[in-house]
Design a protein. Structure first.
Length: 395
């Protein structure tokens, strides 16, 4: 009986120790402590508990106590060796966010709403692969690179940037590489590029070859020769390059009067079946005699010819004037506010429909005449009695 009591007592003590241990925060990792110390230096309005004296003892104090108390605004997950910071709420603080914030590798929730924080989001946030919530409403944060983890996270369905100067808003094309935001261009997924200062950079001495190039509502420039092999489309976008542009695609689409292609070298049209499609969009404003220069090349250098130039009007009331549909090389045209559009119904189609209707009416008239005229009926159907056919008893 005594052994049973002692065993029960030992079990209770073990459970209490385990419970105590599970609620005792392990120290922070060195990288997490470094991130907190960097924030203490760059933020103002901090709670009194946030201190990091520039000594070894001060750094050790941050590691030991940030999760133990825990500090105001910090949420930790207790661990065996270290306690990672999983939540951070900086409401009421001001200053700027340091790049060291990206060292909080386990961070899941970051709340910056209602702060006086200014400046861009740190590029290092793109390293926070577990981040599922970011709230910047009511702050003055503007610019920077939006964390790729949020873009890829299916649970994270929406976000709001404080103003239009935030260059990587959720409702805009996003492609963050090398800690910078570059234009989202279809066809560059597998290209050997790096992103520097918001522009795609081709390695020195190399040319860029793209299968399907598609750019919408963006501007891009390349310091190299560019080859497009399958499809080329500029839709309210602009592209410039210092070298040559070689077109092997069957189709080149330039949509919107603000779209333009600027080439410091030559335009090479190496596919004899390439069709150039020019599109007017709903928002385009066309005046009579307006010149639209959609392609410009150094010294008007163009090698090859378009197989065909097609003009289309997309949800646009006016059309390109048929008398001025002569594209000069490398690429400009005089526009008008009347005429026909290739996307509309052509005169030939209208005449064909009218002719078909007239022929149909004529044939119906002939049939009616035959069935209502005895001589004509017996001539067309010899051996059949007109009277017998029209006798009501036969119906």
């Amino acid at each position: 009986k005594k052994n049973i009591i002692m065993s029960s007592f030992a079990l209770v003590v073990a459970c209490l120790l385990a419970l105590f241990a599970s609620n005792t925060a392990a120290p922070l990792s060195d990288s997490s402590a470094t991130a907190l110390c960097a924030m203490i230096k760059s933020l103002s309005g901090l709670p009194a508990s946030w201190t990091c004296p520039e000594t070894d003892a001060g750094f050790a104090n941050v590691k030991a106590n940030a999760c133990k108390e825990p500090w105001t605004g910090i949420t930790c997950k207790f661990g065996n060796d270290t306690s990672p910071i999983v939540g951070l709420d900086l409401e009421g603080l001001s200053g700027s966010l340091p790049e060291e914030l990206g060292l909080l590798s386990d961070l899941r929730n970051l709340r910056l709403a209602g702060t006086g924080l200014k400046g861009p989001l740190p590029h290092s946030l793109n390293n926070l692969m577990y981040l599922v919530s970011l709230n910047i409403a009511g702050s003055s944060i503007s610019g920077g690179c939006f964390p790729q983890s949020l873009i890829n996270n299916e649970v994270f369905s929406s976000c709001r940037a404080p103003d239009s100067s935030f260059s990587c808003a959720c409702d805009a094309p996003i492609n963050c590489r090398s800690h910078s935001c570059c234009p989202d261009i279809g066809g560059l997924e597998d290209a050997n590029l790096s992103c520097e200062n918001g522009q795609w950079v081709v390695p020195s001495g190399e040319d860029l070859s793209i299968g399907r190039f598609s750019l919408q509502d963006e501007s891009v420039s390349f310091s190299s020769n560019v080859e497009v092999t399958e499809h080329f489309e500029l839709r309210r976008g602009s592209m410039s390059l210092t070298g040559d542009l070689t077109i092997l695609a069957d189709e080149v689409i330039i949509a919107g009067l603000q779209s333009n292609l600027t080439i410091d070298g030559c335009l090479h049209i190496e596919n004899e079946d390439t069709i150039l499609i020019l599109q007017l969009l709903e928002e385009d404003v066309v005046e009579e005699g307006m010149e639209w220069t959609f392609i410009s090349a150094k010294d008007d250098c163009i090698v090859g010819e378009w197989k065909e130039v097609v003009f289309q009007s997309i949800s646009y009331d006016g059309c390109l004037n048929t008398d001025t549909q002569n594209v000069t090389h490398p690429g400009s045209v005089i526009l008008g506010v009347s005429g026909e559009c290739s996307s509309g119904v052509s005169t030939q189609v209208v005449l064909g429909v009218v002719f078909g209707i007239l022929v149909g009416l004529f044939l119906v008239g002939v049939v009616v005449y035959i069935f209502n005229n005895q001589d004509a009926y017996e001539h067309v159907f010899p051996g059949r009695s007109y009277t017998q056919v029209h006798n009501p008893e036969n119906f």
